[in-house]
Design a protein around this ligand. Structure first.
Ligand SMILES: [Zn+2]
Length: 85
């Protein structure tokens, strides 16, 4: 199953991505218009990694990592149902 996520680029342009969960802390994100896809992983110790060129050659987290991290944290926060009292 895939979900759609939107990522804003550096100049404000937005692109839609298909996001699929591969494992407990592993995702596959693929840009719809170009088909470029990367595996994004949360490593032991809390570091995120991405297979894209930006993550490999630049410092700091890439845009895929930032977005997937948001989604991952959202899923974790809502994983267990909780009734208000
Ligand atoms: Zn990336």
């Amino acid at each position: 199953m895939t979900a759609t996520v939107r990522i804003a680029g550096p100049r404000g342009a937005q692109a839609d991505y298909d996001l699929r969960r591969l494992g407990a802390a592993e995702y596959f994100i693929r840009r719809r218009d170009t088909g470029a896809g990367y595996v994004v992983t949360l490593r032991e110790g809390g570091q995120w990694s991405c297979g894209c060129p930006a993550a490999r050659y630049r410092k700091g987290p890439c845009k895929h990592t930032a977005r997937v991290k948001e989604v991952h944290e959202l899923l974790a926060a809502l994983a267990r149902p909780e009734r208000t009292t």
